[in-house]
Design a protein around this ligand. Structure first.
Ligand code: NAP
Length: 505
C-alpha cells in the first residue's frame, strides 16, 4: 500500500472544534451535517448526532443527525405543502431550475469529488470521472426528458376521445446507499421532481456529505422550499419512518436485497408504489474467441473499480477452459499492478472500503473462500494501519455452488471458474438468486445475441462494461430488484397514468 497521504487528507484527521457551517466543505474540522427541511438547515428533533467515519483514516470526519420519525414527519409535511405549487409549476420552469442545479454541481465538481472521496473512501479520480459528472448528467437528462414526455390519445371509433394524463403522485420517498452516494441520490431526486413530485430523501448514514452540499446547491439554484428535503440518519429508524409514512405514496429504494424486503413490507400496508434496485452477483463470461487483452483490461475495471463496491461489478468471472489458465495469468498480473492507498492521491487505483464492519465482512469471505477449498492467487489480505483497506483479491478453484459464488461480497474479491461450452456458461452465469447485470466477451455475433437473451440479467454488456445510457431501462431480475428506472421508465414510475374519456357523439 502506498504510504503517501496528501496534506489535505492528513488534515482531515481532525480533532479541532466542529465546523458548524450548514453545508459541507472540504476542510480540516469535522463537519456538522444538518437536515434540510423546507429550505432550511435544521438540527434533528432528538438533538442526537452520529459520527461519520472517513474510510481512509478511520477518523471522525463529520457528525450527522440521528433523525427519527419526527424529522421525517416534518420533512413529509414540508414536501406535502410544497407539492400543489410545484406540481403546477410549468414544465419549462421546472426544467430550467433543474438545469441550473446541474450547472451548480458542475461548477463545484472538484469540491464535490473530494467530499465524496473523503466520505466513501473511493479515489478522487473516480469521483471526478464518474460520480459527480453522473450527478450533473442525471439532472440535465431529466430536466430535458420531461420536455419530451408525451402521452397518448385514442379517438375511440368517433364515439369518444380517450387520452392519458401523467400526473405526479405527491411526496416521493427516496432511499439511497453509500457506494455511489451523489450519483444514486440524484438518479432518484432528478426524475422525482422533474415530473412534479416533491421529495424526502434519506441518504446512507455512511456517506452524507455530498447530499448535504447538494441541499445548499438546490437552494442556490432557486428550487422552492419543500421541493427537496433531505433527512439524515439510520435506515432502521429514519428510513423505516419514511417507507411507512402514510403521506408518502411512492418509494424508490436502492440498497441491499435484505433491506429491500423490509422496505417492501413497510410499504405494503399502504399499497405504495415501490421501485427496488437491489444487490447483484454479476457474471462476467469470457469465451475463447474474445479479444483477450481488452477482456482482461475491462475485467480489471469491472472487478475492482470503486473497490468492487459497485452493484454492477462482475464478481464471478467464467472463462472458457481452453484459455482459462492464460486468462488467470494475465488477470493476476494486472491485479498485482493496482496501487492501493490514499484515495486523494492521483496515482491510486483502489481506495478504502466503506467501513470497519465492511472490511470485516470482506475479510470473512476471503477466509471462507479458503475454507471452501479455493486458492487465493492474488491479494487476500487487509492492509495494516489506519483506514479500511483490502487488497484486490482473486480466487480460483471454486464451483458455482460455493457460498463465495452465491453471496454478494460487494468488495474487491473476484472468483475465476472455467466452463466448457455455451450451455454451461449460461447455466453457471444464471446459478444465483440475483439477476442484475452480466458481461459477455466473444467475437461471435450470433452467440453474443443468443447468450445475451438467455442470461438472467436486467442489463447485459457485450464486449464492454458500465457503458451507461440514461435513456435505457435499468433494474434487476430475480432478487436483484422490482421495476425499472431510467429514461421514460423513470418518468413513468414517478407519475400516475390517468385515463380520461370524453364522449364525442
Ligand atoms: P443497505 O444496507 O440496504 O442500505 C441502503 C439504504 O437503506 C441506506 O440509506 C440505509 O440506511 C437504508 N435502510 C437500511 N435499513 C432500512 C430500513 N429498514 N428501512 C428503510 N431504509 C433502510 O445497502 P448499502 O449497504 O447501503 O448498499 C449496498 C447494497 O446496495 C448492495 O447490496 C448493492 O448491490 C446495492 N446496490 C444496488 C444498486 C442497484 O442499482 N441495483 C446500486 C447500488 C447499490 P443506513 O445505511 O444509513 O442505515
Amino acid at each position: 500500500m502506498s504510504s503517501r497521504h496528501s496534506p489535505e487528507l492528513s488534515g482531515a484527521r481532525a480533532t479541532s472544534p466542529a465546523n458548524t457551517s450548514a453545508a459541507g466543505e472540504v476542510g480540516r474540522a469535522p463537519l456538522v451535517v444538518s437536515n434540510f427541511i423546507n429550505g432550511e438547515f435544521v438540527a434533528p428533533a432528538s438533538g442526537a448526532y452520529i459520527d461519520d467515519i472517513g474510510p481512509a483514516t478511520g477518523e471522525v470526519i463529520a457528525r450527522i443527525p440521528d433523525s427519527d420519525a419526527r424529522d421525517i414527519d416534518a420533512a413529509v409535511r414540508a414536501a406535502h405543502s410544497a407539492f400543489p405549487a410545484w406540481s403546477r409549476t410549468p414544465v419549462a420552469e421546472r426544467s430550467r431550475l433543474l438545469l441550473r442545479l446541474a450547472d451548480l454541481i458542475e461548477n463545484n465538481l472538484e469540491e464535490l469529488a473530494r467530499l465524496e472521496s473523503r466520505d466513501n473512501g473511493k479515489t478522487v479520480t473516480l469521483a471526478r470521472r464518474l460520480d459527480i459528472p453522473r450527478a450533473v448528467a442525471n439532472f440535465r437528462f431529466f430536466a430535458t426528458a420531461i420536455l419530451h414526455y408525451a402521452s397518448e390519445a385514442h379517438p375511440t371509433d368517433g364515439v369518444a376521445l380517450n387520452y392519458t394524463l401523467r400526473q405526479p403522485l405527491g411526496v416521493a420517498g427516496l432511499i439511497s446507499p453509500w457506494n455511489l452516494p451523489l450519483y444514486l441520490l440524484s438518479w432518484k431526486i432528478a426524475p422525482a421532481i422533474a415530473t412534479g413530485n416533491t421529495c424526502v430523501a434519506k441518504p446512507s448514514e455512511l456517506t452524507p456529505l455530498t447530499a448535504n452540499r447538494l441541499a445548499q446547491l438546490a437552494r442556490d439554484a432557486g428550487l422552492p422550499p419543500g421541493v427537496i428535503n433531505i433527512v439524515h440518519g439510520l435506515g432502521a429508524k429514519a428510513g423505516d419512518a419514511l417507507t411507512s409514512h402514510p403521506k408518502v405514496p411512492l418509494i424508490s429504494f436502492t440498497g441491499g436485497t435484505v433491506t429491500g424486503a423490509k422496505v417492501a413490507m413497510a410499504a405494503a400496508p399502504h399499497f405504495k408504489r415501490v421501485s427496488l434496485e437491489l444487490g447483484g452477483k454479476n457474471p462476467n463470461v469470457i469465451f475463447a474467441d474474445a479479444d483477450l487483452p481488452e477482456a482482461v483490461k475491462t475485467s480489471i475495471q469491472s472487478s475492482f473499480a470503486n473497490q468492487g463496491e459497485i452493484c454492477l461489478c462482475g464478481s464471478r468471472i467464467f472463462v472458457e477452459r481452453s484459455i482459462h489458465d492464460h486468462f488467470v495469468d494475465e488477470f493476476v498480473a494486472a491485479t498485482k499492478q493496482l496501487r492501493i492507498g490514499d484515495p486523494w492521491d492521483e496515482a491510486t487505483d483502489v481506495g478504502a472500503l466503506i467501513s470497519a464492519a465492511h472490511l470485516e465482512k470482506v475479510s470473512g469471505y476471503v477466509e471462507l473462500a479458503k475454507q471452501e477449498g479455493g486458492t487465493i492467487v492474488a491479494g487476500g489480505r487487509r492492509i495494516d494501519g489506519a483506514g479500511f483497506f483490502f487488497e484486490p483479491t482473486v480466487v480460483t478453484g471454486l464451483g458455482c455452488d460455493r457460498r463465495v459464488l452465491q453471496e454478494e461480497i460487494f468488495g474487491p474479491v473476484v472468483t475465476i471458474t472455467p466452463f466448457d461450452g455455451e450451455d454451461e456458461a449460461i447455466a453457471f452465469a444464471n446459478s444465483t438468486r440475483y439477476g442484475l447485470s452480466a458481461t459477455l466477451w466473444t467475437r461471435d455475433l450470433q452467440r453474443a445475441h443468443r447468450v445475451a437473451a438467455a442470461l438472467d440479467a436486467g442489463t447485459v454488456w457485450i464486449n464492454c462494461w458500465l457503458v451507461r445510457d440514461l435513456r435505457v431501462p435499468f433494474g434487476g431480475m430475480k432478487e436483484s430488484g422490482v421495476g425499472r428506472e431510467g429514461g421514460f421508465e423513470s418518468l413513468s414510475f414517478f407519475t400516475e397514468a390517468k385515463n380520461v374519456c370524453v364522449k364525442l357523439a
